[in-house]
Design a protein around this ligand. Structure first.
Ligand SMILES: Cc1cc2nc3c(=O)[nH]c(=O)nc-3n(C[C@H](O)[C@H](O)[C@H](O)COP(=O)(O)O)c2cc1C
Length: 188
């Protein structure tokens, strides 16, 4: 069997864990208005109850808003949203109203007061239920209270990748799109 060689990287070269889905996190500002940030360190961690984990940098306005307001939405986006995702991930809501600047529109949530993003592929309505120290980030564990997906993009077998160009983040300005669905053989 052929044996490949490895190169050594610095332990902070976490990008080898990418690509990872790039989401838009919407939070509400105390004086009114919404903030939106790009996040790819987001993952499901429990099905029963449905919990997700998000690692959010301590400097981010989103971190402060999750601590104080607790409600938010995770929006799944695609190829057509790549510029908005990059911009929402490279400017802070502390210095600009990103929601207005990026021209987002709301879709009403049913369980939380924060909306989803109109024309996103789908969104989860969440509430923070615990907060953990994680180096330069805070790890937020949140309960998912509602989930919505676009009818034209989702079916019995999940995302229809012919139409849903779900956006994954590689590094910097580089993003990746899923290729095609493949199936493993049956396990014995
Ligand atoms: C594709 C992409 C993914 C990102 N993922 C994360 C992430 O998971 N956690 C994080 O803290 N920052 C992440 N960032 C950086 C934040 O989006 C960025 O710091 C943003 O300015 C924070 O916005 P805010 O201050 O308005 O909350 C990401 C940026 C990009 C472009």
């Amino acid at each position: 069997m052929k044996s490949y060689e490895y190169i050594d990287l610095s332990p902070d070269e976490y990008y080898i864990l990418h690509p990872r889905p790039a989401y838009l996190i919407v939070t509400a500002k105390p004086g009114g208005g919404l903030n939106v940030m790009a996040a790819s360190w987001v993952t499901p961690v429990s099905g029963e109850p449905p919990l997700v984990a998000l690692a959010i940098g301590k400097e981010a306005l989103t971190n402060e808003l999750l601590m104080t307001r607790r409600e938010f939405t995770i929006n799944i986006v695609g190829e057509e949203h790549v510029n908005e995702v990059y911009r929402a991930g490279s400017m802070s809501g502390r210095s600009i109203d990103k929601w207005m600047a990026l021209g987002f529109e709301e879709v009403k949530s049913t369980k939380v007061s924060v909306p989803g993003i109109r024309n996103s592929y789908g969104f989860l309505e969440c509430i923070v239920n615990s907060v953990h120290e994680a180096g330069e980030s805070t790890l937020f564990i949140a309960e998912v209270l509602g989930a919505h997906v676009r009818k034209d993009l989702y079916g019995r077998y999940g995302w229809n990748y012919e139409k849903a160009k779900v956006l994954l983040h590689d590094r910097g300005r580089a993003f990746v799109l899923p290729g095609r669905k493949i199936f493993a053989g049956k396990s014995v």
